[in-house]
Structure formats: C-alpha cells, structure tokens
Design a protein around this ligand. Structure first.
Ligand code: 26Q
Length: 829
C-alpha cells in the first residue's frame, strides 16, 4: 500500500505556461513523442494530445489543492455516488482555466479545429440521468467554491448504453467509452484497497475478555483508484473524483490453481473484474441483482477505507477517533451507497477496536443522506438471504443496529408494534428484506429531499414515522445545475451577450442575472434583437443536429417544443404525444386559424427491461413517421425522436429550445434538473405543479410560466375514484385522439403493438392519471401557441426566464449543503 506521509515536506509543483506557444509546443510533443502520430492524424489523437497538454497544466494546482486539503484540522466531505454523469471534460477545463482562445489559436496554426477535436471525446456516461448529472454539477460547484469535497464512484468500463433506433424501436449497444484511452484519469495502484465478500464471522474473546468479531474465509477483490481532476472556475482549485476499478487478488488465483482448478481460478478473476464492468441502466430499483449489491458494497468499502487511510496519516502516533466526525462527513447520493452505515461500523468495531456506542456516535455524526424519489416502489430493498451470503458480517451489524433502533422506537411509542414493524430496517414477510432507506435514515444526522415540495412530501408521506421521531434531521436542498457547463460552455452566444451588458461575474454568482431583467423592457430594442438572434442561431445549430440524427427538417421559425429525459410513465411522455396527435387532428380538420408552427422533439432512454417505456419510444417514432410524411401537415407540425440523448446532446438541445416540457404527474418528480437547464437558456416552461417546477414558477412569476394540471393533493384525492372514461366522454378532442390510436392509424402495418399503452391510459388504476390532465394540458398548450403569435411578448418572457434562474445554480445548492450539513471552510489551492 502507498505511503505519502512525507507530503508535508513536498515542494509545490511549478505551474506550466499557458501561452499559445507553450500549448502548441506541448501538443506537438505529445502527438509525436508520446502518441507516435503526425500532424495529419485523426481528431482522436489530436484530442488526446491536447488533453494531455492541458492535464499537465492542471497538475500543479491539483497537487497544491490536494496537499492543502490534507492538512490537520481541515474538515472534508466525501460525495458517495454510484453515478457521475460527467459528459466531456476538455471544453469544461478550457473554460475553467480561461485558455480557450490561445488553445484554439495554437491548434489552428497546426491545421486542427478545436471544435472537431472536442467532438472526438467520448462522453463519460457513468450515470442514468438526473441523479448522476447532479453529482457532476455538484463537483463542479464545490471546486468553484473551493470546498474540500472529493467524489467517490465506480469506474465502470461500460457506461450508460448507446441507444440506437431500429424500425422505431430502442436497441441497446454497449458504451465502451474507454476504448481510445482516457487522458483525464490517473491510475493510483499504490492506494489500492482490499474488499471482502462471502465467508463468515468468527467470534472470540480477546485478552481483556472482550468479545471480538472477525470476518474470515472471504473471497477478496481489489479496488484500484483512478483519479480525475475537477477544476474550479478560474480559481486554481482542482478537486478530485476518485473512481474505483475492480480486479482480482493474485493469491486467490494461486489458491484455486493449487487446488487443481485452473479454469475456476480464471472464472474467479472474471467475477472480481465484473464488479466495475457495467453501469446498471435502471433509474428505478433493479431489485435483487447480486452484482448491483456487490457494486454498492465495493464502492462503500473502498471509499471509507481510503478516507480512513488518509485521515490516519494526519496523526504522528495513534489516531484519535474522537476527532473523526469533526474531520469527515460523507454525503450519500440516494440509498445506493447506504451499506456504508454498516461498513463504517464494521471498521470501527472490528478493525479499530472501538466500543459500539463510540462507533455509533461517530457514524451518526458523519453520515448524511439525500433522497431522490417519491415513488414507494423505487425504495431499495435487498433480500436478507443475499446479505447472508455476500456480506454476512454486515448483516450481523445491521441486525444489531435495528434491534437498538427498535428499542428506541418502543420507548417513544410503547406497545405500538404496528409502528415498530413499519419502521424496522428489516421488512418481515415470506422473503425478508433489508430496507436501505431506513438504514440510511437511522444512520444519518441529515436527511434531505431535492426540492421544496419533495422534502415536504417526504415528511408527510414516505418518511412520516421517522420525521415524527427525528424532525431535526430533515431538511430541503433544492437542486441546481452548474452555469459553467449549462450556459457558459453550451451557450457561448448568450454568454457573450449577457457579459457585454453586466460583465462576467454572473458566471460564478448567478444571482447577478437579476441585472438582466430591466433589459427585457420593450425600449431595449437592441438587446432584445440580439437576444432573438442568439436564440435563432442556437435553433439553427439544433436543427442541424436534428437533421443529422433524426433525418427530420426543423424550420427555425417554428416553436421548438422539447421534452428530453429518461422515458418513464410518471414523466408522461404519453401526454406529450397525445397533444401532438391532437395538433395533427387540428391540421387535418383545417382548424388552423392563427396556427403556430411547432417542431416537437422528444428524447430519452428506456431501461432495457421496462417494456412499456420501450413501447412509448416506438409510438413516438410511429406518430412522427405519419405526421412528417403528410404533405398537408408540412411545416405546421413536425415530430422527431432524438436517439441516444446524453449530456453532450443536451448542450446543443437546451440552448435551442423555445418550450420546455415538464409534465410529470404532480407529486412524482422529486425535482427535475432539465427544467433548470432550459430556463437558464431562455426557454419557457409548460409544467405541472411538481418538483422544482414550483420554485421555477415562483422565481419567474406565474405570468411567465405555463402551469396546468392537478396538484399533488388533487391527484391523491381523485385516485380512488379516477374514471378515465369520464374524461373521454366529456372531451371530443380526447375522443378523436384516442380513436386514431385505437384504429391503428399510426401502426397500420403492425396491428396491436400499442395495446398495452392504450390499456394503461384507460385503466382506472393508472397511477399517473394521464387522461385526467389532458384537457388542462391541451388548453394551456393553446395559450402557449397564442403567446407564440406575439413574438415580442415571447422574447420578454424568454429574457425574464433566464434572468430569474439565478437560484438554480448548484453554487447556491452547494452553499446551502455547506451551511446546513457539511460546515466546511473553503481551502484555496
Ligand atoms: C437502484 C438500485 C438498483 C439499480 C438501479 C438503481 C437506481 C439507479 C438510478 C435507482 C435510481 C436511479 C436514479 C434516480 C434519479 O435520477 N432520480 C432523479 O434525481 C434527480 C436529481 O435529484 C431529480 O431531479 C429527479 O426528479 C429524480 O427523478
């Protein structure tokens, strides 16, 4: 294992120059001497050479930041997440370092275009959607705010699958994002950790007569860290994202080999290497998959051991564990890494020899949990039997935590066994389960939701019992997005325009966008003209991409109406499609007075096992096929499904959108973050009273937001007597839409393929109650179209949306986490 205990004596590294000449020299050096390529090479080698050039120029700040954060007395946070949806890095580092101009110039002299080179970078797609992207935005903001926060995750060899559309259906292809190498990562095998699986617990009494547990006869796996730099915005701070790669131990192979089973030993090696092989592509629980639980424990154990290793080095002699919770705080991104409640206990008890009450006091002062879902069926639980095989010692500890916890519950509510079984970490039944959210709540000092409504609903619903026991643990932290990636990088034209008016400081203090509000007034004709021109140019850029990826022509004079996010029933892409079919009916009926032409773009991935979500993709493609090939429809209406929606495509999509669709069933979308990216880029929102939509509406004012649909309480009140037929009976537009669907108008060659969709809409038990909101949605969409007719009004609303989006910067979110949960001091590199 490594030893960097002499770090205090190390000289800071000198920064390398970032002049055009220095960049160009270094680039040529890497291209020729390191990569063995010449100037006529393909963009991928030029990308690698430039990335290595930049990495060199990050290294000094990285080392300095890292040393500064290791100093005695520096309190640090570790963000534990099974997902980091980073996207591309090159453009982000260039922006943060402020050297895009000279880099561009250096490349030009060597006949390379920066843009082409950036395109050669594969997205680091190590996440499913919102939760994973949030983790990436958080890291960006922490580095910019100089907060000592380290991300810990898994270095999946295959990220989120690549989605291809074949005959309208989703097809999943592996995402081998590391194929061409990853110039941003640094392998640090000297900090490898050993992770135990299987075996059993041995108890014995030590010399002083104390009962001690030992987890023995385990099948071990090695975790090797790979570090990626996280640069702050123009502040010389570089934080770290440490991703673990799994590999087999050497001796394990040898044992098996000596026992005469060579192939079994190779198979064992495979199974160790499987752990970090692939990201699970489900954005709800993939219940009971052994490999997923292995991934979770692998991350938790490797990360905690790594934190302890680093922290112990601060001491000359014996580490003082009474200080541990002062120095360290772990933020758990959903329940996925929650096994670390038990793992930290195990290490403190079995390896550090602490007493239970001291260990528990440390654990419950250093762990914090963020919840990201309101769907009860998405709460993670694992069969006890799986724990028994895989993590027997951790199961012992969970049982002990639970029995002590239930004692506290029975003291608070004597004789209330009903409540005890509701709150228990163990769910009883024919198959016993470990409830990970309960473990997280019991083990954490802070529990937060991700938008105001979501956090309230957690207290009233899902976690009500726990809120009654520990109200002080519960808090809200409304999500955000980083304005560096989501405006400064992705929308350079808007960035330039805003900066020409209010300077550049808004990029690190987004509340300053307020100063743009007065510029929305009609008399500011030049600014408004420029705003329109920026949107128009961004729409042209998006239209070009849509043409290339979807082979559909989007006319940039039409309204670009966009819904991109994971495909899920609760997000109600179906409601969107029903509206598109309604518009199509209007055109076909000649009901086109004062028509507002629309280009509707829908994109997103379906979990491979989620068949109805896959049907929805097929439906969108089938409806698109009919509409786009109807000459009577022409430019009045287009529909396209955007394949393989990912971080890089959002960087083009958000700036080009006029209308953002945020139409989840109220009470189901915890927050949403795409809504924020669209708002920042000047799109108007049509949305339900759900998640962060509510806070967006409050920030921009209801006159600048298209609100529709039932509220959360109304949804719940209607649920028991929801009758879809009644909504159909009273609504001719809805009848017409459903008739077209039912008669097979969009699937004449594939009869019956949408029956499941139709049945789900017509089902009185439809949890998403889509038809209940149809009328209200269509009416609000008519208001959207009417507003579009008044382009001056639209521009005003667009400017006001951007100008009101300051609250939704993750800089604000991270500031709040720090004030209320982490209590870190900024550390400058
Ligand atoms: C769990 C166990 C096994 C396999 C997979 C999973 C799993 C993986 C990913 C469960 C959930 C997720 C992702 C959830 C997610 O992205 N939630 C979104 O989080 C955003 C950030 O807070 C919110 O804005 C969204 O509202 C929420 O849906």
């Amino acid at each position: 294992m490594g030893n960097d205990s002499n770090h205090k004596r190390r000289e800071p590294l000198a920064r390398l120059e970032t002049t055009e000449e220095a960049l160009s020299d270094s680039f040529k050096h890497y291209l020729t001497y390191n990569l063995g390529r010449s100037s006529g090479t393909t963009p991928v080698y030029a990308y690698n050479a430039m990335s290595l050039t930049l990495r060199d120029r990050i290294m000094a700040d990285w080392r300095n930041t890292s040393l500064a954060q290791k100093q005695v007395g520096v309190r640090r946070t570790y963000y534990l997440s099974l997902e980091f949806l980073i996207g591309r890095a090159l453009g982000n580092h260039l922006l943060n370092m402020g050297i895009s101009k000279q880099t561009d110039a250096a490349l030009q002299t060597m006949c390379f275009e920066l843009e082409d080179i950036q395109e050669a970078e594969a997205d680091a797609g190590l996440g499913n959607g919102g939760l994973g992207r949030l983790a990436a935005c958080f890291l960006d903001s922490c580095a910019t705010l100089e907060l000592p926060v380290t991300g810990y995750g898994i270095r999946y060899q295959y990220g989120m699958f690549r989605q291809e559309i074949i005959n309208g259906f989703q097809d999943e292809e592996p995402d081998h994002w590391l194929r061409d190498g990853n110039p941003w990562e640094i392998e640090r095998p000297e900090y490898s950790q050993r992770i135990k699986f299987g075996g059993y617990t041995e108890y014995r009494h030590d010399d002083s007569g104390k009962l001690v547990a030992k987890w023995v006869d385990t099948r071990d796996v090695i975790a090797i860290p790979y570090d990626m730099p996280v640069t702050g915005y123009r502040n010389n701070t570089v934080n770290t994202l440490r991703l673990w790669h799994s590999t087999a131990t050497d001796e394990f192979n040898l044992d098996e080999f000596n026992a005469g089973s060579y192939s079994d030993s190779v198979a064992a090696k495979n199974s160790a290497e499987n752990i970090s092989m692939v990201l699970y592509p489900n954005d709800a629980t993939e219940n009971g998959k052994e490999l997923r639980l292995k991934q979770q424990y692998f991350l938790a154990s490797a990360s905690i051991q790594d934190v302890i290793r680093q922290w112990e080095k601060r001491f000359d002699g014996e580490p003082d564990y009474s200080q541990f919770a002062h120095d360290n705080v772990f933020q758990m991104n959903d329940t996925h890494p929650t096994i670390c409640v038990a793992e930290l206990m195990r290490i403190l008890l079995d390896e550090k020899g602490l007493e239970w009450k001291d260990a528990w006091s440390i654990v419950t002062k250093s762990l914090a949990y963020t919840n990201h879902t309101l769907l009860p069926e998405a709460l993670e639980k694992w069969p006890v039997s799986l724990f028994e095989c895989l993590l027997p010692r951790l199961l012992d500890i969970i049982y002990e935590i639970n029995s002590r916890f239930l004692r506290a519950v029975s003291q608070r509510w004597p004789g209330n066994t009903e409540r005890q079984s509701r709150m228990s970490i163990i769910e009883e039944g024919p198959v016993k389960h470990v409830r990970m959210a309960h473990l997280a709540i019991v083990g954490s000092f802070s529990i937060n939701g991700v938008a105001a409504l979501h956090s309230e609903l957690l207290k009233k619903g899902l976690f009500r019992d726990f809120y009654e026991l520990w109200p002080e643990k519960f808090n809200n932290k409304t999500n955000g997005v980083t304005p560096r990636r989501w405006v400064a990088q992705s929308n350079p034209l808007m960035t330039e325009l805003i900066s020409s008016q209010i300077g550049e400081d808004w990029i690190r203090d987004l509340s300053q966008l307020e100063q743009v509000k007065p510029l929305a007034q009609l008399e500011n004709t030049e600014f408004r003209q420029n705003w329109k021109a920026v949107k128009q140019a961004n729409k042209a850029r998006l239209a070009e991409l849509v043409k290339e990826r979807c082979d559909v022509e989007f006319n940039t004079d039409a309204m670009f109406d966009v819904q991109v996010k994971r495909i899920h029933e609760y997000k109600r892409q179906l409601l969107n499609v029903l509206h598109v079919i309604h518009l199509y009916n209007q055109v076909k009926n000649g009901d086109i007075k004062d028509w507002s032409p629309r280009c509707v773009l829908i994109g997103g991935k379906a979990a491979p096992g989620y068949l109805l979500a896959k049907d929805i993709i097929k439906l969108i493609n089938c409806v698109a096929e009919v509409i786009n090939n109807d000459s009577e429809v022409g430019d009045k209406l287009k529909l396209a499904f955007f394949p393989n929606y990912n971080v890089s495509s959002m960087e083009i999509i958000a700036p080009g959108a006029d209308l953002s669709e945020q139409i989840s069933t109220a009470g189901k979308e915890a927050s949403g973050t795409g809504n924020m990216k669209f708002m920042m880029n000047g799109a108007l929102t049509i949305g339900t009273y759900d998640g962060a939509n509510i806070e967006i509406l409050e920030a921009v004012g209801e006159e600048n937001f298209f609100l529709f649909g039932l509220r959360e309480n109304e949804v719940e009140a209607m649920r028991s007597h929801y009758r879809p037929e009644e909504f159909i009976e009273h609504d001719q537009d809805l009848q017409a839409v459903l008739n077209l669907l039912r008669c097979g108008h969009f699937n004449s060659n594939e009869p019956g393929i949408f029956n499941n969709i139709i049945n789900s809409l017509m089902n009185p038990h439809d949890p998403w109650m889509t038809l209940a909101d149809f009328r209200s949605y269509v009416d609000e969409q008519a208001k959207v179209s009417e507003t579009w007719q008044d382009q001056e009004k639209w521009v005003t609303m667009s400017i006001l949306n951007s100008a009101s989006s300051g609250f939704f910067s993750t800089d604000r979110t991270m500031h709040e986490y720090n004030q209320d949960i982490w209590h870190l001091e900024p550390v400058s590199g």
